[in-house]
Design a protein around this ligand. Sequence first.
Ligand SMILES: [Cu+2]
Length: 163
Amino acid sequence: MPRSPSLRLSVLPLLVSCLVASGALAREAGDTGLRLLHPFATPTPPGAPNGAAYIDITAGEEDVSLVGASSSVSEVVEIHDMSMEDGVMRMRRLERLDVAAGETLMMRPGGGEHLMLIGLEQSLQVGDRFPITLEFAERDSVTLEVQVREAGEEGQAAGQHGH
Ligand SMILES: [Cu+2]
């Protein structure tokens, strides 16, 4: 009896939600080899209106484009790029973030791309966890669990694969 492709597709969303529930940091999302690795956010002081989250996106066999994001912790989540212009750090909103097949985009605090959490419902404290949903142009959205960590801690954790 041939394997039914429709059966496999119907099982995938369940697998993804199980992984989110278990708090796994790495997960396979779909069957193109897309990998969304160690999502984290940095803590915010009380009353801060905005925060930032980071994730590593590895495109598999196909290009992938992040076109939006949302989370329960903030009113809006925007895709941002931060760079130095005339000696001043500036952020700008990106409509989409393209990752070419086989490439990895690593988001890190201190510059470059990040997910801006605008209009925080509460401050983000080390150890907090919250869901974030990433929307892609080519595929279904993926919801991940983000953990709040100190930026310095994260640098070390990033070097330890599989933890
Ligand atoms: Cu930003």
